[in-house]
Write a protein that binds this ligand. Structure first.
Ligand code: B3K
Ligand code: ZN
Length: 874
């Protein structure tokens, strides 16, 4: 298979207008009869029809009811002698497939004795021969036949139009989807499932049925998902005027799923992780994730389904936009400005710890890529999270109302079409002809075509004599694979100035378009302190030589909560980097500790915000600032800083715990979530402090808290405090936790993840991970379980993974190879754990390269893994 290029896009030679599918479900051998109505695309020259197909057994091909000649050529069914002219014709293809053997979880597969499908991006071709590309949109009618006792529930997209009994204990259901859709939005589910149901009437007076399907026994964990769905429907109508266009909207949960969830038209299929929640089994973070993923998939109904992508290079058209929409949804639900800011900070943290490294590594790609070998490798934080930042910048440049106008025009122009990122940007700009976006559109679109995180440098000059302050903003962007030189970006810089007492002097948006620009302000009585990039107004890396005094002033007084948090992060980051350079020695200074104490004890700040400020920058983020990365040293430095904060603020942590740990009856709202988060952080620090002092009181209290907790958030935070501090009581707590939750897969995932992600003490984590791989509850075939153990170690525990004896890398290469034979998508994700190997300090660097080369040397790798390791070594 060869690399696919965006520039090679050609419209299809045929259109498929309608599809009638008939499934006879059987785990070993499912029969699929596919009757399509096709016609030649009049705007393309006549050529053969080449249908995609993978791992299918072909039994019959009929054209207009007659046997037809065909060829099978590398995953294609080729028909050369089709009727000429532009009249529609019928094509019938009969195939079989083996869902029970489908470990890739793409196409039709079996999970817990039920059938599920996953078609995006190219899974439909594993169900039947088809033009499996998003610009071919058809109407679907689906007949499902299956054993009634084993598969009482039969679902597909659209409306149920008919159902009934068949011979031999079988039954059938026919579903018709009134909306045209690309094949990647097709879905089918069959199994023994139960549903929570809700009838709603939307603003236009239409009635709808909402259903959340789960395994019997899980119904009591579906309330939050249903509430989130109802909130999503109301939000999209209120904020963007986008109504639910379906009589029936279904969500189905499965525990075997490659990603988070899938937006199939009217029949969303979800990873159980993003559906099931009860206060006893799910944490506040789980609740928030469910809200955002349910929102995300629902919002796709317009941004993705009604208007879809012309080709997969345009993936961010739907993903970046839909992430932006789900972020806005979560912010709007959070309500108050301070709670919104907490959400924004969390989103930026993801961007910086996951997307910035991607953009600086071998897999760096533009938000609209130019080429790929395997599209599944491009469901990335760049396409999703950076893509969302691009949409956010557009909103900043046209204003919130202007953006809503732009969305309206986008749907007026493109409803029912498969379009490009250019079409979207054009609609937003055209609806706002007087905006900077309209004026700068071609330059703005460099954000879509140029990879890499721009560096925004700011340098100030103060002329006391004239009271003039000038700020020079310059931009640059390092080369990325295939893009040695970058042109300047359009960078919206939200900029504030504070006076020496912390009072606000000014706030405004400056749109940087040149390589360098200088802003001047005069009539000032003292040198101001700049608050640059408020709200993180652009996805750039800001470099300004802030002094500690300036950062402390911003931390105390900035009216922008994001930059207030950012000031504290910078204070911590400066100290961490200094210590890493200073051979790992840290001694936190009094001003820093006092500032942290001030935040912790602050009478007005929210608990959630305090928790974010008191959490040190991640090891990954610290590593990103360095040319040569020694993960163990970074880990040691961050741990030492945490230990010192624990000890120096011991009484403050005690106060924080006592003042916040009681949150009353469980509710996952922003206020009580923030209180629980801060109480949890306090417990971790109290256990850390006790570790040094030998004091048994707090570990004992923590164990008691763990046992008595009324919800999973408090229970897990207590467990995590014991594990993180390495206290001997952790072992008994872990055992008890396992015993208590051994029948709940999602909770067991937490149990594995906590242990694999724990701070390394003398190299103890890898042996533990290997031991846990032998645990009867471990199963590498289940993606959630593989992620909870193997990924938590390889991708989320740098201090433990990057061992000088290379054992972590050997383990990684073994798992990549093992997983590749089972599920290439999951394997390729794991393969990304060594993306940044080139910057590692020796001997890690050489050992990592050797491990990657070992994987690359395997002859029968999937495209997925091959693309990742080839790029890593290039
Ligand atoms: N669109 C799906 C992703 C499907 C991934 C296929 N490899 C989930 C989402 O972004 O909503
Ligand atoms: Zn999505």
């Amino acid at each position: 298979t060869a690399v696919i290029h965006r520039a090679d896009y050609r419209p299809p030679a045929f259109w498929i207008d309608s599809v009638e599918l008939c499934f006879d479900l059987d785990p070993q051998k499912t029969r699929v009869l596919n009757r399509m109505r096709l016609r030649r695309n009049p705007s393309m020259p006549a050529e053969a029809l080449r249908l995609h197909g993978e791992e299918l057994n072909l039994a019959r091909v009929l054209v207009n009811g007659q046997g037809a000649s065909f060829k099978l050529e590398d995953s294609h069914l080729v028909l050369e002698n089709l009727p000429e002219g532009h009249e529609p014709f019928d094509l019938e293809v009969f195939t079989t497939c083996a869902p029970a053997k489908n470990t890739k979880l793409m196409g039709l597969y079996v999970s817990n004795d039920s059938f599920f499908t996953q078609c995006e991006a190219e899974g439909f071709r594993r169900i039947t021969y088809f033009l499996d590309r998003p610009d071919v949109m058809a109407t679907y009618s689906v007949l499902i036949r299956a054993d009634k006792a084993k598969y009482p529930v039969l679902l597909s997209n659209g409306n149920l139009v008919e159902q009934g009994e068949l011979d031999a204990g079988r039954h059938y259901a026919r579903w018709v989807d009134p909306h045209r859709k690309p094949s990647y939005l097709f879905a089918l589910v069959a199994g023994s499932l139960v549903a929570r149901e809700q009838r709603i009437t939307t603003r236009g007076g239409k009635d709808h049925l909402l259903q959340v399907y789960v395994r019997p026994g899980d119904l009591d964990k579906t309330e939050h998902a249903m509430n989130s769905l109802m909130a999503s429907i109301a939000w999209d109508e209120a904020r963007f005027g986008l109504p639910l266009d379906l009589e029936r909207f279904m969500i189905v949960a499965t525990s075997d799923f490659n990603m988070g969830a899938m937006e199939n038209k009217g029949l969303n299929i979800f990873n159980t992780k993003y559906v099931l929640a009860s206060q006893a089994t799910a944490t506040d973070v789980d609740y928030a994730n469910i809200e955002s993923v349910v929102g995300h998939e629902y919002f796709h109904n317009w941004t993705g389904n009604r208007v879809t992508c012309r080709d997969w290079f345009q993936l961010s058209l739907k993903e970046g936009l839909t992430v932006f929409r789900d972020q806005e949804f979560s912010q709007d639900l959070a309500g108050e400005p301070s709670a919104r800011a907490v959400r924004r900070i969390e989103d930026v943290r993801v961007l910086r710890t996951a997307q910035f490294p991607e953009d600086a590594g071998p897999m760096a790609h533009p938000v609209r890529p130019d080429q790929y070998l395997e599209i599944n490798n491009f469901y990335t934080v760049t396409i999703y999270e950076k893509g969302a930042e691009l949409v956010r910048m557009m909103q900043t440049l046209v204003g919130r109302e202007g953006f809503a106008r732009g969305m309206k025009l986008y749907f007026e122009r493109h409803d029912g079409q498969a379009v490009t990122c250019d079409d979207f940007a054009q609609a937003i700009a055209d609806a706002n002809p007087d905006s900077p976006l309209a004026r700068l559109l071609p330059q703005f679109k460099r954000w879509y075509s140029q990879a890499g995180t721009p560096r925004l440098s700011a340098r100030s000059r103060w002329d006391a004599a004239s009271g003039t302050y000038s700020l020079t903003l310059s931009q640059s962007c390092a080369p990325t694979p295939g893009q040695p030189v970058k042109e300047p970006f359009v960078i919206p810089v939200q900029l504030g100035l504070l006076d020496a007492s912390g009072a606000a002097l000014s706030n405004g948006l400056h749109v940087l378009t040149q390589e360098s620009e200088t802003l001047t302000m005069s009539g000032l009585s003292s040198e101001p302190v700049p608050s640059i990039l408020r709200g993180f107004s652009a996805p750039v890396c800001l470099d300004y030589p802030y002094t500690d005094a300036q950062l402390l002033l911003l931390l105390a007084h900035d009216t922008d909560p994001f930059n207030r948090w950012e000031a504290a992060q910078r204070l911590a980051l400066h100290r961490a980097l200094q210590a890493v350079r200073d051979s790992g020695h840290v001694e936190l200074d009094a001003p820093f500790i006092e500032a942290m104490r001030g935040v912790l004890r602050h009478p007005q700040l929210d608990a959630a915000f305090k928790e974010l400020v008191l959490t040190l920058p991640s090891e990954t983020y610290i590593a990103e600032q360095l040319e040569v990365v020694d993960p163990q040293r970074i880990h040691a430095v961050r741990e030492a800083m945490r230990q010192q904060l624990a000890t120096a603020l011991r009484h403050d942590w005690e106060w924080a715990y006592e003042a916040h740990h009681d949150t009353g009856a469980y509710r996952p709202d922003p206020r009580s979530t923030g209180r629980r988060a801060l109480a949890g952080l306090a417990l971790t620090h109290l256990c850390l402090a006790a570790r040094l002092s030998g004091d048994p009181v707090w570990p004992g209290k923590t164990l008691q808290r763990f046992k008595d907790a009324a919800n999973m958030t408090d229970r897990f935070n207590a467990l995590s405090a014991l594990v993180t501090s390495g206290h001997p009581l952790a072992a008994q707590a872990l055992d008890r936790f396992h015993g208590q939750f051994k029948d709940d897969a999602l909770v067991l995932d937490k149990w594995f993840a906590l242990q694999a992600g724990a701070p390394d003490r003398g190299g103890n984590i890898l042996p533990l991970v290997k031991q846990l791989m032998q645990h009867p509850d471990f199963n590498i075939r289940n993606p959630n379980r593989a992620r909870s153990l193997v990924f938590s170690y390889c991708s989320a525990n740098p201090g433990a993974f990057h061992r000088t004896d290379a054992a972590g890398y050997v383990f990684w290469s073994d798992r990549v190879i093992e997983l590749d034979a089972i599920n290439p998508q999951v394997a390729a994700r794991l393969a990304r754990a060594l993306d940044r190997w080139r910057r590692l300090v020796e001997p890690c660097r050489s050992a990592a390269r050797e491990a990657i080369a070992r994987v690359a040397a395997k002859p029968d790798l999937s495209n997925d893994v091959r693309e990742v390791v080839t790029r890593a070594l290039a």
